[in-house]
Design a protein around this ligand. Structure first.
Ligand code: URA
Ligand code: SF4
Length: 185
C-alpha cells in the first residue's frame, strides 16, 4: 500500500471530529500520486459527500473546464480539500474541524511532494497560510516552509459572480507558467 492509500484509508474511517456524524462519505483527495500541482478547496459539498470524491459537483465542473483550458487534465493533478467531510448545509468549517483534519492534508502534501500548491479560496488560504483576503492576494505566489503556494479564488465563487470566470482562468494559466519556471523549462 502506498503512503497515499494509507492516508485515504485513515480518512474514510476517521471519527476525529463531529462532521463524521453527518457525512455520507468522507472525501479524501484524488488524482495523480506523482502530481506536480495540488489543488486545495474548502470542504466537500453535497455531490462530493454522496460520491466520496472531491470536486464532482458544480464547482468541480467549473474547475475541470478551467484545468482543461490551461492544458491540465484532472488525472495529471491532485485535488483535495482542507476538511474531508461535508459540513451540514455547506457551512464554512469551524476552526476545530479544520484543526482536526489538517494533518491529513499535510500528509497528502508530504506524500505527493508537489512542485506547487494551488490554494483556492479563503478557507484554504486561512488554514494553510494563516491569512484570508484572497481578493487581495490572488495571482500571487507565497513561499512558506520550503513550499510554493499559488493563490486564487474558489471555483464556486465563479458560479455566483460570472465576472470572476476569466480571472480564475487566467490565474490557472499563470499557475502553469509558474510551474514551468520552477521546473526551468
Ligand atoms: N467545494 C469544495 O471546496 N470542495 C469540493 O470538493 C467541492 C466543492
Ligand atoms: Fe475526520 Fe476530517 Fe472528517 Fe473530521 S472532517 S471526521 S477530522 S476526516
Amino acid at each position: 500500500m502506498t503512503e497515499l492509500d494509507s492516508i485515504h484509508n485513515q480518512v474514510i474511517s476517521c471519527t476525529k471530529c463531529d462532521l463524521c456524524k453527518t457525512r455520507t462519505n468522507a472525501v479524501p483527495g484524488k488524482g495523480n500520486k506523482n502530481a506536480e500541482i495540488i489543488f486545495i478547496g474548502e470542504a466537500p459539498g453535497r455531490s462530493e459527500d454522496l460520491r466520496g470524491e472531491p470536486f464532482v459537483g458544480s464547482a468541480g465542473k467549473k474547475l475541470s473546464e478551467m484545468l482543461e483550458k490551461a492544458g491540465l487534465s484532472r488525472e495529471s493533478v491532485y485535488i483535495t480539500n482542507v476538511v474531508k467531510c461535508r459540513p451540514p448545509n455547506n457551512r464554512v468549517p469551524t476552526e476545530l474541524e479544520r484543526n482536526s483534519c489538517i494533518e491529513y492534508l499535510n500528509n497528502e502534501i508530504k506524500a505527493i511532494n508537489p512542485k506547487i500548491i494551488c490554494i483556492m479560496g479563503n478557507t484554504a488560504s486561512n488554514s494553510i497560510l494563516g491569512k484570508g483576503e484572497i481578493t487581495k492576494n490572488r495571482g500571487k505566489i507565497i513561499e512558506k516552509d520550503g513550499r510554493s503556494y499559488f493563490l486564487t479564488f474558489h471555483p464556486a465563487a465563479t458560479i455566483y459572480n460570472q465576472e470572476l470566470i476569466p480571472v480564475l482562468e487566467k490565474d490557472i494559466q499563470n499557475l502553469v507558467k509558474a510551474l514551468d519556471e520552477i521546473k526551468g523549462t
